[in-house]
Structure formats: C-alpha cells, structure tokens
Write a protein that binds this ligand. Structure first.
Ligand SMILES: CC1=C(/C=C/C(C)=C/C=C/C(C)=C/C=O)C(C)(C)CCC1
Ligand SMILES: [Fe+2]
Length: 464
C-alpha cells in the first residue's frame, strides 16, 4: 500500500495528446471523467490513509480516434486551507488535524464539543455524480463540489443539509431510467431520531416554475428508515436497487457518534470511531427466503422484521465492480471488475459471467488497473455489446500510463492511448458521451481543439 503514497501526483491542467495504438471505435466520443486521491502530503504533514488524499480529477477526452488527457486538483475548501497553511489542517477519514497551530487543544475544547456532529471535509475524492445537466465530485460527508467536466475546474460547494436533512450521504448514488438521482444519507440525532433517508434529486425541473434553478432545490425525501441505534448507526458505502425496491443493508459496522463528537478532544481519527459488532449477527436462523437454485446465498428470516443474510462468494478478490448500467436494478449477467491478489492494488480486470460462473481476464506485466467502466455500443442489444475503459498505470517508472480500451464481449484489446505525464490510481468515475452535453455548452472536443496549442505543456502542481 505504501507505493500508493510514494509520491504526490502533479496535475496536468492543460490537455495533452495521447499516443494511440490500435483502433478506437468511431462511435466512442466523449469524456471519461474520474476521481481519486492524488496528494498525500502537505508541507511536512502526511495523511495516514489512502482515502484521505486530496482529490485529483482526471479526464480522457475521446474524439475521432484521438485522446486528450488532463488532470486538476479539486480546489475544495480543504485543499485551499491546507495549501495556504502548508500543512494538513482539515481532518479526513484516517487523519485527525487541527485547524490552528495552537498546541493546547483544550483551549478549543468547547468549540469542538459544542457540535455533536463535527464539521466535515469537502475533499470530494471518491466519485463523480451527474445531477441534471451538472456534474459533481462526491465523498461521503454532507458536502459535494460542482465541477466543470470539460476543464476540471472546481465550482460551487454544495451542502446536502440545505436540501435534505442528512449529515452524511453515499458517494455512489443510483440513477433511475429518467436520470433522477437516488441516494441514501444518514440523519444523526435529528429531532431525537437517527435514520437513513432515501432521497431523490430530479434530473429536470419544470421549465415554467423553476427556470434556471438547480434540480437540487427539488430534492425529495422518498422514505426514511429508523436506525436501530440512536448513537451508533450503520456505516454503508452504497446500496442496491431493483425495479420496485431499495435494498439497504444495516450492517453491524457502526459509527459511534459519541466517539465522533469527542474525536477532536481525544485526538483520534473518524476511522477509529467505526467498529464491527460481531455480536449483532449472532441471531437465530429460520427459513431461507432465497428460492433461486442458482445461488448458495441465503437470507434467513429470523422474525417479522429481521433477515440474516449470507452471501455466496462468486469470485475472490473482486473490487470496484461495474455493470452495463442499462441493467441496473434488473437481472444482469456480466460484472466487470478489478481484481486484487496479494496486494490491495488491482493487477487484473475481469469480466465475470454470473450465469456460467466463468470469467475472462486482462492483465499485463507491471500493470495496475483502475475500475473498468462499461460503455454500450449505440443501439446495442446484447448486455455485453460495448467497450471497457480502464486507466492503467505501471509499477515500472519507465513505462507510461495509458487508457485501455477493450471489446467487452471478448475482453480483448481494441486500443490503448499512452500519455506522457503522471497519472494516479483513481477510485471511481463515469463516461459522458458527447451527446449528453447540451447544445449551449461547448463540446469537449471543441474545447480540446481550442486549447490544442497548449498541448504538451506540463505544469507543476501549485504547492505553498
Ligand atoms: C470523512 C468522513 C468519512 C469518510 C469516509 C470516506 C472518505 C470513505 C471512503 C471510502 C472509499 C474511498 C471507498 C472506496 O470506494 C466518514 C467515515 C463517512 C465519517 C465522517 C467523516
Ligand atoms: Fe466505492
């Protein structure tokens, strides 16, 4: 894991043209937009966990068989405060930091204690969310940041609490067929209750009443589920949807709110406020609700409102799974995922067939691979008719990073686009087809052409 922290990545805000080998399908036009931690030290201070690193956005713009790469640090309030102070001053998941250099933290005790729910970071390093026409960098706190997907510029800071009463929300929303965002957040001790809140942000707003207004203003609570504990709600990274149901697992990996409220005083990180409660699963078992013959997964009904779930292990070492999103919430057959073996860094990507329980893999010496993203061929009928995009970086500094393009059916290589600049191992992202940009906005390809004269200029990351 140390290798992930080895060096802070330089940003590359001007587009740099990639060297393409093979043939990129002509229909593949758009921007692959991705997010992940890129800076792990500020001045003399260092983050303790990979999930703490400052968000570095990067994109591959694909047009007419050509590819342009660029990257830019998210100018979050957290980033700006750290750079200005030349040290880490905002706490992240695994790193506790203090906003001022006062050695005697007890002088700050009252201000920290006066907030049961502490102020969280806006270092949105996990994912990208599409909300109406807009794109946002996301993390799991109450903050998300609007970004310009073409220039990677950081725009407004948005606080979920302005639109829906949640203190935390997932970085992995779902989208329904109409493009509405569905997400779950946790409301901590809100009017004496802690609950999980399912909410919807509409993709569009009625022209007449809300012209020019953000769809966020029309955020709607669909339902809320009471947490079984007021002061130790479940931590969750994502949730599931089917056509008629939301699948939420209140797992016994809990956040201890009292520990979080006193974390600054105790000098411990948010991560240390999370704990797995094995005893909460030791319940009696009853009948199996899963009637499918094709799986050994079990859901044992314990009583009227409790089900004990035991998953079936299909494939070991699977990380960052994606599917053809047209099948989200429906029966799907193929899972595209990264694979880890002896280290937490994926060295393979795979296509797993749930029906036949067989798989195809792509790997190459010294290659570390990012989450594989499926992009369907226009008008595709088969679930796996499309391509896979994955960013590949090399453990060998002599080998340049590249965007890998595979045929999703055969899992064979179609093309790769080498870039002669530093690329970081990222977390999540999405592909924005050119057709998704409204006519009022500049097409990404045009934007690339406009700044083509600036290509190949590698600029330094701005550090204080
Ligand atoms: C800052 C912060 C949190 C951050 C969690 C993070 C940053 C999780 C990242 C998970 C990733 C990156 C998973 C892989 O995709 C918590 C625990 C919600 C508690 C409140 C404060
Ligand atoms: Fe994730």
């Amino acid at each position: 894991m140390d290798v992930l922290f080895s060096r802070d990545k330089k940003e590359q805000p001007e587009p740099v043209k990639a060297r393409v080998t093979g043939k990129i399908p002509t229909w593949l036009q758009g921007i692959l937009l991705r997010n992940g931690p890129g800076m792990h030290t500020v001045g003399e201070t260092r983050y303790n966990h990979w999930f703490d690193g400052l968000a570095l956005l990067h994109s591959f713009t694909i047009r007419d068989g050509e590819v342009y790469y660029r990257s830019k640090y998210l100018r979050s309030d957290t980033y700006n405060a750290n750079i200005e102070a030349n040290r880490i001053v905002v706490s992240e998941f695994g790193t506790m930091a203090y906003p001022d250099p006062c050695k005697n933290i007890f002088s700050k005790a009252f201000s920290y204690l006066s907030h049961t729910i502490p102020e969280f970071t806006d270092n949105c390093l996990i994912n990208i969310m599409k909300c109406g026409e807009d794109f946002y960098a996301t993390t799991e706190t109450n903050y998300f940041r609007k970004i310009n997907p073409q220039t990677l510029e950081t725009l407004e800071k948005v606080d979920y609490r302005k639109y829906v009463a949640v203190n935390l929300a997932t970085a992995h929303p779902h989208y329904d067929a109409a493009g509405n965002v569905l997400n779950i957040g946790t409301a901590i001790v809100d009017k004496g209750k802690t609950k999980y809140v399912l909410f919807k942000i509409p993709a569009t707003v009625p022209e007449d009443r809300m012209k020019g207004k953000s769809p966020l203003k029309r955020t709607e609570v669909l339902c809320s589920i009471a947490s079984r504990s007021l002061l130790s709600p479940s931590y969750y990274h994502s949730f599931g949807i089917t056509e008629n149901y939301i699948v939420f697992l209140e797992q016994p990996f809990n956040m201890d709110i009292l520990k979080m409220a006193t974390a600054y005083i105790r000098g411990t990180s948010w991560a240390s406020c999370l704990a797995f409660h094995k005893e909460e699963k030791n319940a009696e078992v009853g009948s199996n609700l899963i009637k499918l013959a094709s799986t050994t997964a079990r859901a044992l009904k314990e009583n009227d409102d409790q089900v004990y779930c035991q998953p079936e292990m299909l494939y070991e070492g699977v990380e960052l799974p994606r599917i053809n999103y047209a099948h989200n919430g429906k029966r799907y057959r193929y899972v595209f995922a990264a694979k880890v073996e002896w280290s937490p860094i994926p060295t393979k990507i795979l296509k797993y067939d749930i029906l036949t329980k067989s798989s195809l893999q792509w790997e190459e010496d010294d290659c570390w691979l990012a989450e594989p993203l499926f992009v369907p061929t226009p008008g595709a009928e088969d679930e796996d008719d499309g391509i896979i995009l994955s960013v590949v970086i090399s453990s060998d500094p002599q080998k340049p990073p590249f965007l890998l393009i595979l045929d999703a059916k055969s899992f064979t290589e179609q093309a790769r686009a080498y870039v002669d600049v530093e690329v970081h191992l990222d977390l999540h992202g999405l592909f924005i087809p050119d057709t998704d940009f409204d006519s009022g906005k500049q097409a990404p390809s045009q934007e690339v052409q406009d700044s083509a004269s600036d290509c190949h200029v590698v600029s330094e990351t701005r550090r204080a």
